[in-house]
Ligand binder design. Structure first.
Ligand code: NAD
Length: 365
Protein backbone atom coordinates (compact mmCIF):
# COMPACT_ATOMS: atom_id res chain seq x y z
CA UNK A 1 0.00 0.00 0.00
CA UNK A 2 1.22 3.47 -0.91
CA UNK A 3 2.33 5.64 1.99
CA UNK A 4 -0.47 8.23 2.04
CA UNK A 5 1.52 11.14 3.47
CA UNK A 6 4.28 10.55 0.91
CA UNK A 7 1.58 10.72 -1.75
CA UNK A 8 0.18 13.96 -0.33
CA UNK A 9 3.66 15.46 -0.28
CA UNK A 10 4.04 14.93 -4.04
CA UNK A 11 1.94 18.03 -4.75
CA UNK A 12 1.35 19.59 -1.32
CA UNK A 13 -2.21 18.22 -1.02
CA UNK A 14 -4.28 19.53 1.90
CA UNK A 15 -6.73 16.74 2.74
CA UNK A 16 -7.59 13.20 1.82
CA UNK A 17 -10.92 12.42 3.44
CA UNK A 18 -12.48 8.97 3.59
CA UNK A 19 -16.27 8.93 4.04
CA UNK A 20 -17.82 5.64 5.02
CA UNK A 21 -21.36 4.64 5.92
CA UNK A 22 -22.15 0.99 6.43
CA UNK A 23 -25.93 1.37 6.26
CA UNK A 24 -25.91 2.81 2.73
CA UNK A 25 -22.71 1.21 1.42
CA UNK A 26 -21.10 4.63 0.92
CA UNK A 27 -17.37 4.58 0.25
CA UNK A 28 -16.12 7.95 -0.93
CA UNK A 29 -12.71 9.59 -1.01
CA UNK A 30 -12.49 13.37 -1.25
CA UNK A 31 -9.17 14.97 -2.02
CA UNK A 32 -8.83 18.69 -1.38
CA UNK A 33 -5.70 19.79 -3.16
CA UNK A 34 -5.45 23.53 -2.58
CA UNK A 35 -7.76 26.19 -1.14
CA UNK A 36 -5.58 29.29 -1.56
CA UNK A 37 -8.03 30.92 -3.98
CA UNK A 38 -11.26 29.91 -2.25
CA UNK A 39 -13.38 26.87 -1.34
CA UNK A 40 -12.34 23.81 -3.28
CA UNK A 41 -14.66 22.87 -6.14
CA UNK A 42 -14.55 19.48 -7.81
CA UNK A 43 -17.04 17.00 -9.17
CA UNK A 44 -18.21 13.68 -7.80
CA UNK A 45 -16.89 10.80 -9.90
CA UNK A 46 -18.77 7.53 -9.37
CA UNK A 47 -16.85 4.55 -10.66
CA UNK A 48 -16.36 0.82 -10.16
CA UNK A 49 -12.74 1.08 -8.99
CA UNK A 50 -10.91 -2.22 -8.83
CA UNK A 51 -8.86 -1.25 -5.77
CA UNK A 52 -8.80 1.45 -3.11
CA UNK A 53 -5.38 2.44 -4.34
CA UNK A 54 -6.76 3.11 -7.86
CA UNK A 55 -9.47 5.29 -6.32
CA UNK A 56 -7.01 7.28 -4.20
CA UNK A 57 -4.65 7.87 -7.13
CA UNK A 58 -7.54 9.05 -9.30
CA UNK A 59 -8.85 11.39 -6.59
CA UNK A 60 -5.52 13.10 -6.03
CA UNK A 61 -4.68 13.37 -9.76
CA UNK A 62 -8.07 14.88 -10.58
CA UNK A 63 -8.07 17.23 -7.55
CA UNK A 64 -4.77 18.77 -8.61
CA UNK A 65 -6.12 19.20 -12.13
CA UNK A 66 -9.09 21.13 -10.72
CA UNK A 67 -6.80 23.49 -8.79
CA UNK A 68 -5.02 24.38 -12.02
CA UNK A 69 -8.21 24.75 -14.05
CA UNK A 70 -9.91 26.92 -11.42
CA UNK A 71 -6.82 29.08 -10.92
CA UNK A 72 -6.20 29.64 -14.62
CA UNK A 73 -9.74 30.67 -15.51
CA UNK A 74 -9.81 33.34 -12.82
CA UNK A 75 -12.57 32.00 -10.56
CA UNK A 76 -12.39 32.18 -6.78
CA UNK A 77 -12.07 28.50 -6.05
CA UNK A 78 -9.52 25.92 -5.09
CA UNK A 79 -9.38 22.39 -6.46
CA UNK A 80 -10.75 19.09 -5.20
CA UNK A 81 -12.39 15.88 -6.36
CA UNK A 82 -14.44 13.10 -4.84
CA UNK A 83 -14.38 9.56 -6.10
CA UNK A 84 -17.13 7.22 -4.96
CA UNK A 85 -16.47 3.50 -5.13
CA UNK A 86 -19.46 1.51 -6.27
CA UNK A 87 -20.15 -1.93 -7.63
CA UNK A 88 -23.07 -1.68 -10.10
CA UNK A 89 -24.16 -5.24 -9.24
CA UNK A 90 -23.62 -5.54 -5.49
CA UNK A 91 -23.54 -1.93 -4.35
CA UNK A 92 -25.05 0.51 -6.89
CA UNK A 93 -25.49 4.21 -6.19
CA UNK A 94 -28.76 5.16 -4.50
CA UNK A 95 -30.63 8.07 -2.95
CA UNK A 96 -29.56 7.01 0.53
CA UNK A 97 -25.91 6.75 -0.52
CA UNK A 98 -26.00 10.26 -2.04
CA UNK A 99 -27.68 11.69 1.02
CA UNK A 100 -25.15 10.06 3.32
CA UNK A 101 -22.42 11.64 1.19
CA UNK A 102 -24.26 15.00 1.37
CA UNK A 103 -24.10 14.89 5.15
CA UNK A 104 -20.36 14.31 5.05
CA UNK A 105 -19.97 17.23 2.62
CA UNK A 106 -21.99 19.39 5.03
CA UNK A 107 -19.52 18.39 7.74
CA UNK A 108 -16.66 19.76 5.65
CA UNK A 109 -18.27 23.12 6.34
CA UNK A 110 -17.65 24.76 2.98
CA UNK A 111 -14.03 23.77 2.42
CA UNK A 112 -15.37 21.60 -0.40
CA UNK A 113 -18.24 21.99 -2.88
CA UNK A 114 -19.32 19.03 -4.93
CA UNK A 115 -20.80 18.91 -8.44
CA UNK A 116 -21.60 16.54 -11.30
CA UNK A 117 -18.87 14.49 -12.94
CA UNK A 118 -18.51 11.15 -14.72
CA UNK A 119 -21.05 8.73 -13.26
CA UNK A 120 -23.06 11.27 -11.27
CA UNK A 121 -26.16 13.08 -12.47
CA UNK A 122 -28.33 16.11 -11.79
CA UNK A 123 -30.66 13.82 -9.79
CA UNK A 124 -27.70 12.81 -7.58
CA UNK A 125 -26.97 16.50 -6.94
CA UNK A 126 -30.62 16.92 -5.96
CA UNK A 127 -30.30 14.11 -3.38
CA UNK A 128 -27.10 15.65 -2.01
CA UNK A 129 -28.83 19.03 -1.81
CA UNK A 130 -31.33 17.55 0.68
CA UNK A 131 -28.43 17.40 3.16
CA UNK A 132 -26.13 20.27 2.25
CA UNK A 133 -25.95 23.60 0.45
CA UNK A 134 -22.40 22.85 -0.62
CA UNK A 135 -23.40 21.38 -3.96
CA UNK A 136 -23.50 22.95 -7.43
CA UNK A 137 -25.79 22.08 -10.33
CA UNK A 138 -28.82 20.83 -8.39
CA UNK A 139 -32.09 21.54 -10.18
CA UNK A 140 -33.71 22.53 -6.88
CA UNK A 141 -31.77 25.48 -5.59
CA UNK A 142 -33.07 28.92 -6.57
CA UNK A 143 -30.51 30.50 -8.91
CA UNK A 144 -29.08 27.15 -9.96
CA UNK A 145 -26.66 27.07 -12.88
CA UNK A 146 -28.02 24.06 -14.80
CA UNK A 147 -26.26 22.34 -17.70
CA UNK A 148 -22.75 23.79 -18.16
CA UNK A 149 -22.13 22.42 -21.70
CA UNK A 150 -23.22 25.57 -23.59
CA UNK A 151 -20.69 27.62 -21.60
CA UNK A 152 -17.98 25.03 -22.24
CA UNK A 153 -18.76 25.17 -25.97
CA UNK A 154 -18.63 28.96 -25.98
CA UNK A 155 -15.25 28.86 -24.22
CA UNK A 156 -13.89 26.39 -26.77
CA UNK A 157 -15.15 28.59 -29.59
CA UNK A 158 -13.44 31.73 -28.27
CA UNK A 159 -10.38 29.59 -27.51
CA UNK A 160 -10.23 28.45 -31.15
CA UNK A 161 -10.43 32.10 -32.21
CA UNK A 162 -7.59 33.04 -29.83
CA UNK A 163 -5.53 30.15 -31.21
CA UNK A 164 -6.12 31.43 -34.78
CA UNK A 165 -5.05 34.89 -33.66
CA UNK A 166 -1.83 33.44 -32.29
CA UNK A 167 -1.11 31.15 -35.24
CA UNK A 168 -2.32 33.22 -38.19
CA UNK A 169 -2.39 36.80 -36.84
CA UNK A 170 -6.19 37.03 -37.22
CA UNK A 171 -8.97 35.41 -35.23
CA UNK A 172 -11.29 35.18 -38.21
CA UNK A 173 -12.22 31.52 -38.71
CA UNK A 174 -13.99 32.14 -42.04
CA UNK A 175 -12.73 29.63 -44.60
CA UNK A 176 -10.69 27.72 -42.01
CA UNK A 177 -10.99 23.97 -42.29
CA UNK A 178 -11.62 22.24 -39.02
CA UNK A 179 -12.37 18.78 -37.77
CA UNK A 180 -14.27 18.04 -34.56
CA UNK A 181 -13.92 14.70 -32.78
CA UNK A 182 -17.09 14.03 -30.77
CA UNK A 183 -20.32 15.74 -31.78
CA UNK A 184 -21.96 15.59 -28.34
CA UNK A 185 -23.12 18.35 -26.01
CA UNK A 186 -19.96 20.43 -26.40
CA UNK A 187 -18.69 19.39 -29.85
CA UNK A 188 -22.00 19.99 -31.58
CA UNK A 189 -22.34 23.50 -30.18
CA UNK A 190 -18.74 24.31 -31.13
CA UNK A 191 -19.59 23.24 -34.70
CA UNK A 192 -22.61 25.54 -34.73
CA UNK A 193 -20.55 28.59 -33.70
CA UNK A 194 -17.93 27.85 -36.35
CA UNK A 195 -20.44 27.21 -39.11
CA UNK A 196 -22.08 30.54 -38.32
CA UNK A 197 -18.70 32.20 -38.77
CA UNK A 198 -18.16 30.59 -42.17
CA UNK A 199 -15.66 27.87 -41.23
CA UNK A 200 -15.58 24.62 -43.17
CA UNK A 201 -16.52 22.11 -40.46
CA UNK A 202 -15.91 18.35 -40.57
CA UNK A 203 -16.74 15.96 -37.75
CA UNK A 204 -16.78 12.39 -36.56
CA UNK A 205 -18.57 10.45 -33.83
CA UNK A 206 -19.42 6.87 -32.92
CA UNK A 207 -23.05 7.66 -32.20
CA UNK A 208 -25.48 7.67 -35.14
CA UNK A 209 -27.87 10.18 -33.57
CA UNK A 210 -25.06 12.63 -32.92
CA UNK A 211 -23.89 12.22 -36.53
CA UNK A 212 -27.38 12.83 -37.95
CA UNK A 213 -27.90 15.96 -35.87
CA UNK A 214 -24.53 17.37 -36.93
CA UNK A 215 -25.15 16.54 -40.60
CA UNK A 216 -28.42 18.44 -40.50
CA UNK A 217 -26.63 21.47 -39.08
CA UNK A 218 -24.14 21.43 -41.99
CA UNK A 219 -21.20 19.42 -40.59
CA UNK A 220 -19.49 17.19 -43.16
CA UNK A 221 -19.00 13.74 -41.65
CA UNK A 222 -15.75 11.82 -42.01
CA UNK A 223 -14.82 8.27 -41.00
CA UNK A 224 -13.32 7.85 -37.55
CA UNK A 225 -10.10 6.30 -38.93
CA UNK A 226 -9.52 9.26 -41.28
CA UNK A 227 -9.41 11.70 -38.38
CA UNK A 228 -5.80 11.99 -37.27
CA UNK A 229 -4.38 12.21 -40.78
CA UNK A 230 -7.17 14.50 -42.01
CA UNK A 231 -5.98 17.55 -43.89
CA UNK A 232 -7.45 20.36 -41.76
CA UNK A 233 -6.14 23.55 -40.16
CA UNK A 234 -7.65 22.86 -36.75
CA UNK A 235 -8.39 19.69 -34.79
CA UNK A 236 -10.90 19.98 -31.93
CA UNK A 237 -10.86 16.93 -29.60
CA UNK A 238 -14.30 16.97 -27.96
CA UNK A 239 -14.77 13.28 -27.11
CA UNK A 240 -12.17 11.47 -25.02
CA UNK A 241 -8.84 12.19 -23.37
CA UNK A 242 -5.37 10.97 -24.40
CA UNK A 243 -6.04 11.33 -28.14
CA UNK A 244 -2.71 13.15 -28.50
CA UNK A 245 -0.34 10.21 -28.26
CA UNK A 246 2.61 8.61 -30.07
CA UNK A 247 0.42 7.01 -32.74
CA UNK A 248 -1.90 9.94 -33.51
CA UNK A 249 0.65 12.73 -33.33
CA UNK A 250 2.75 11.18 -36.10
CA UNK A 251 -0.18 11.60 -38.50
CA UNK A 252 -1.08 15.20 -37.59
CA UNK A 253 -1.01 17.80 -40.37
CA UNK A 254 -2.96 20.33 -38.28
CA UNK A 255 -1.75 23.82 -37.36
CA UNK A 256 -3.83 23.98 -34.16
CA UNK A 257 -5.23 21.55 -31.59
CA UNK A 258 -8.02 23.16 -29.56
CA UNK A 259 -10.95 21.27 -28.04
CA UNK A 260 -12.91 20.47 -24.88
CA UNK A 261 -11.73 16.99 -23.87
CA UNK A 262 -9.97 16.65 -20.51
CA UNK A 263 -6.39 15.32 -20.36
CA UNK A 264 -5.84 15.45 -24.12
CA UNK A 265 -2.09 14.80 -23.89
CA UNK A 266 -1.45 11.13 -23.16
CA UNK A 267 1.83 12.09 -21.52
CA UNK A 268 3.49 15.40 -20.68
CA UNK A 269 6.11 14.79 -23.43
CA UNK A 270 3.39 15.10 -26.09
CA UNK A 271 3.19 18.84 -25.37
CA UNK A 272 6.85 19.13 -26.38
CA UNK A 273 6.31 16.97 -29.48
CA UNK A 274 3.44 19.23 -30.64
CA UNK A 275 5.70 22.25 -30.14
CA UNK A 276 8.52 20.60 -32.11
CA UNK A 277 6.12 19.91 -34.95
CA UNK A 278 5.03 23.56 -34.99
CA UNK A 279 1.48 22.71 -33.90
CA UNK A 280 -0.14 25.21 -31.54
CA UNK A 281 -1.83 23.44 -28.63
CA UNK A 282 -4.54 25.25 -26.64
CA UNK A 283 -4.07 23.59 -23.20
CA UNK A 284 -7.19 21.61 -22.30
CA UNK A 285 -7.79 22.96 -18.81
CA UNK A 286 -7.65 26.56 -20.05
CA UNK A 287 -9.90 26.20 -23.09
CA UNK A 288 -12.49 23.92 -21.45
CA UNK A 289 -12.98 25.98 -18.27
CA UNK A 290 -16.38 27.34 -19.41
CA UNK A 291 -18.18 24.59 -17.49
CA UNK A 292 -16.61 25.31 -14.12
CA UNK A 293 -16.99 29.08 -14.64
CA UNK A 294 -20.70 28.38 -15.26
CA UNK A 295 -21.21 26.27 -12.11
CA UNK A 296 -19.09 28.47 -9.84
CA UNK A 297 -21.31 31.47 -10.63
CA UNK A 298 -24.06 30.04 -8.39
CA UNK A 299 -22.01 31.08 -5.39
CA UNK A 300 -22.60 34.77 -5.99
CA UNK A 301 -26.26 35.21 -5.12
CA UNK A 302 -27.47 32.90 -7.88
CA UNK A 303 -26.50 32.17 -11.47
CA UNK A 304 -26.15 35.24 -13.67
CA UNK A 305 -25.98 34.50 -17.40
CA UNK A 306 -24.41 37.83 -18.41
CA UNK A 307 -21.69 37.60 -15.77
CA UNK A 308 -20.86 34.06 -16.87
CA UNK A 309 -20.73 35.06 -20.54
CA UNK A 310 -18.16 37.78 -19.77
CA UNK A 311 -15.90 35.41 -17.83
CA UNK A 312 -16.24 32.63 -20.40
CA UNK A 313 -15.32 35.02 -23.22
CA UNK A 314 -12.27 35.91 -21.10
CA UNK A 315 -10.85 32.48 -22.01
CA UNK A 316 -9.70 34.21 -25.22
CA UNK A 317 -7.34 36.50 -23.27
CA UNK A 318 -6.30 33.81 -20.81
CA UNK A 319 -5.12 31.67 -23.72
CA UNK A 320 -3.22 34.55 -25.33
CA UNK A 321 -1.43 35.10 -22.00
CA UNK A 322 -0.47 31.41 -21.87
CA UNK A 323 0.78 31.51 -25.47
CA UNK A 324 2.89 34.56 -24.59
CA UNK A 325 4.52 32.76 -21.64
CA UNK A 326 5.25 29.78 -23.90
CA UNK A 327 6.85 32.03 -26.51
CA UNK A 328 8.90 34.08 -24.06
CA UNK A 329 10.21 31.05 -22.20
CA UNK A 330 10.42 28.79 -25.24
CA UNK A 331 8.40 26.05 -23.53
CA UNK A 332 5.37 23.98 -24.63
CA UNK A 333 2.01 25.69 -24.10
CA UNK A 334 1.02 22.82 -21.77
CA UNK A 335 3.88 23.78 -19.42
CA UNK A 336 3.10 27.48 -19.80
CA UNK A 337 -0.49 26.80 -18.68
CA UNK A 338 0.79 25.17 -15.48
CA UNK A 339 3.03 28.15 -14.79
CA UNK A 340 0.16 30.56 -15.42
CA UNK A 341 -2.03 28.80 -12.83
CA UNK A 342 0.79 28.43 -10.29
CA UNK A 343 1.65 32.11 -10.63
CA UNK A 344 -1.86 33.25 -9.64
CA UNK A 345 -1.89 30.93 -6.62
CA UNK A 346 1.56 32.15 -5.51
CA UNK A 347 0.49 35.81 -5.76
CA UNK A 348 -2.68 35.30 -3.70
CA UNK A 349 -0.79 33.18 -1.18
CA UNK A 350 1.40 36.21 -0.45
CA UNK A 351 -1.64 38.23 0.70
CA UNK A 352 -2.31 35.61 3.39
CA UNK A 353 0.53 37.00 5.48
CA UNK A 354 -1.72 39.96 6.31
CA UNK A 355 -3.71 39.23 9.47
CA UNK A 356 -7.49 39.52 9.03
CA UNK A 357 -9.81 38.73 11.92
CA UNK A 358 -12.51 37.25 9.75
CA UNK A 359 -11.53 35.06 6.87
CA UNK A 360 -14.07 36.18 4.24
CA UNK A 361 -15.54 33.27 2.36
CA UNK A 362 -16.88 33.45 -1.18
CA UNK A 363 -19.73 31.16 -0.17
CA UNK A 364 -23.03 32.94 0.42
CA UNK A 365 -25.53 30.80 2.28
P1 NAD B 1 -20.91 14.06 -24.58
O1 NAD B 1 -20.97 12.71 -23.98
O2 NAD B 1 -22.16 14.85 -24.73
O3 NAD B 1 -20.26 13.97 -26.05
C1 NAD B 1 -19.15 13.20 -26.34
C2 NAD B 1 -19.36 12.67 -27.76
O4 NAD B 1 -18.18 11.97 -28.14
C3 NAD B 1 -20.52 11.68 -27.87
O5 NAD B 1 -21.37 12.06 -28.94
C4 NAD B 1 -19.83 10.35 -28.13
O6 NAD B 1 -20.58 9.48 -28.95
C5 NAD B 1 -18.57 10.81 -28.83
N1 NAD B 1 -17.48 9.83 -28.78
C6 NAD B 1 -17.14 8.98 -27.78
N2 NAD B 1 -16.08 8.24 -28.14
C7 NAD B 1 -15.74 8.65 -29.37
C8 NAD B 1 -14.73 8.27 -30.28
N3 NAD B 1 -13.85 7.31 -29.97
N4 NAD B 1 -14.66 8.92 -31.46
C9 NAD B 1 -15.53 9.88 -31.80
N5 NAD B 1 -16.53 10.26 -30.99
C10 NAD B 1 -16.63 9.66 -29.80
O7 NAD B 1 -19.82 14.84 -23.73
P2 NAD B 1 -19.60 16.42 -23.69
O8 NAD B 1 -20.30 16.97 -22.51
O9 NAD B 1 -19.85 16.99 -25.04
O10 NAD B 1 -18.03 16.50 -23.36
C11 NAD B 1 -17.07 16.26 -24.37
C12 NAD B 1 -15.69 16.26 -23.74
O11 NAD B 1 -15.43 17.52 -23.14
C13 NAD B 1 -15.49 15.21 -22.65
O12 NAD B 1 -14.16 14.75 -22.71
C14 NAD B 1 -15.70 16.00 -21.36
O13 NAD B 1 -14.99 15.43 -20.28
C15 NAD B 1 -15.09 17.34 -21.76
N6 NAD B 1 -15.64 18.45 -20.97
C16 NAD B 1 -16.98 18.70 -20.98
C17 NAD B 1 -17.50 19.76 -20.23
C18 NAD B 1 -18.99 20.05 -20.24
O14 NAD B 1 -19.38 21.11 -19.73
N7 NAD B 1 -19.81 19.21 -20.80
C19 NAD B 1 -16.65 20.58 -19.47
C20 NAD B 1 -15.27 20.32 -19.51
C21 NAD B 1 -14.78 19.24 -20.26
Amino acid sequence: MTDIFDLLETADYENLIFSHDEATGLKAITCIHNTTLGPAIGGLRIWNYKTEEDAIIDAIRLAKGMTYKNAACGIYAGGAKTVMMIDPEKNPKSEEMMRAFGRFVEGMNGRYLTAEDVGSSEADMDYIYQETDYVLGTTMKPGTSGNPSPSTARGVYVGIKASCKQRYGSDDVKGKKMVVEGLGNVGFNVCKYLLEDGAEVYGTDINEKAIERAKEAGVKIIERDELYSFDADIYAPCALGATINDESIEQFKFDIVAGSANNQLKEEKHGQILKDKGILYAPDFIINAGGVIHCHDELFGGFNKERVAITVDGIYDQLLKVFKIAEEEDIPTSQAANKFAEDRIAKILKTKKIFARVNKSTIRR
